[in-house]
Design a protein around this ligand. Sequence first.
Ligand SMILES: Cc1cc2nc3c(=O)[nH]c(=O)nc-3n(C[C@H](O)[C@H](O)[C@H](O)COP(=O)(O)O)c2cc1C
Length: 405
Amino acid sequence: MALTHTRPIHSDPPPPPAESDELVCSLHEQQQEQQLEEESSVSDTAAFCLESPARCLTGEACIERAWDQWNKLGRPKLIVAPMVDNSELPFRMLCRKYGAEAAYTPMLHSRIFTETEKYRNEEFTTCKEDRPLFVQFCANDPDILLAAARRVEPYCDYVDINFGCPQRIARRGNYGAFLMDKLPLVKSLVEKLATNLHVPVSCKIRVFPNLQDTLSYAKMLEDAGCSLLAVHGRTRDEKDGKKFRADWNAIRAVKNALRIPVLANGNIRHMDDVKNLMEETGCDGVLSAESLLENPALFAGFRTAEWIEGSEESTKDGNLDQADLLVEYLKLCERYPVPWRMIRSHVHKLLGEWFRIHPSVREDLNAQSRLTFEFLYDMVNQLRERGVRIPLYQKDTNVTDGLAS
Ligand SMILES: Cc1cc2nc3c(=O)[nH]c(=O)nc-3n(C[C@H](O)[C@H](O)[C@H](O)COP(=O)(O)O)c2cc1C
């Protein structure tokens, strides 16, 4: 059977939480079997999904299960961080082509996701090749979170809870990093998913100003059934990533205190940072956000001109630039449609430096209330015709040395 490329969640949710464990299992098995029939190959991940929920597992077995999943996924180290409006399917696929080994969706609002079909169809699309995949939700109600998670669990490898969003909207909505003041609620959200879902639950957190608080928080999450923890080494008040350096020592302390896989996040500009962050924290993988937006080929060892100045090692023109990457991204968008606001955002991030040289091209872009692919391809051609080219660079040596598993 032919496989559709994108997989928006059009259909009604799986039936409501069932009365007995057996029923939950059989419903999910049916759902999984249907999915597997549609797909040409059966992955280990799908096999994991067929297992029963974790409700009967003891602490020790939870840790084992956490590592089983991580191993089945091939221990991905280079991961696209969750980014609202920016880590959508075509961008994830572009990053995967250039070295990303796993990716998060943008944060999805669990209540709106359960209530609104349009939101689901626009904000969450995926495809067979889009794995391993973390689907991230924000939430403050365990039952609503579970209902949202049940809709996506057949299509992902982890359902992730965002406990790190520091924005005003999260304060008003009572989610993200503002739940750091409501740890019993955090615990109940994690427990709800860990004991009822077939896929494991992961969490993404920020650190507390006090290390001991961070460690107690991380331990609580592990004890509640979190199978994988991503730690962004900034506090809730350190919103500006350019102004505040992430605290890699705090991330290392969390990694040392926990038994589940831990991912490190913050301050990655290029592959040297990836190597240093992994070595300094001992973490199992890294997440990158801002730098990938400017350079989706970062994980393949490409770096922007900004990060070769002052470097003692020799670099060469990588025969790839941000306009090439934009064209690849646009082609992916034609294949996997997404809202134009997401495309517009990536155009600005990818071509920011190019627009600084020719601001009139940016003004022309900003003047378009409706975009078309034709306009965007033509815009790239115009920049090229004006002779603009800002290459991405590569080291002469193999930059991923030392990261191979
Ligand atoms: C545009 C943008 C959107 C983001 N959206 C989310 C999000 O949806 N969920 C989340 O947990 N973090 C989100 N973040 C935070 C990043 O995942 C990451 O934790 C943060 O940027 C630090 O990583 P970095 O230093 O590599 O940028 C976002 C960051 C950016 C730049």
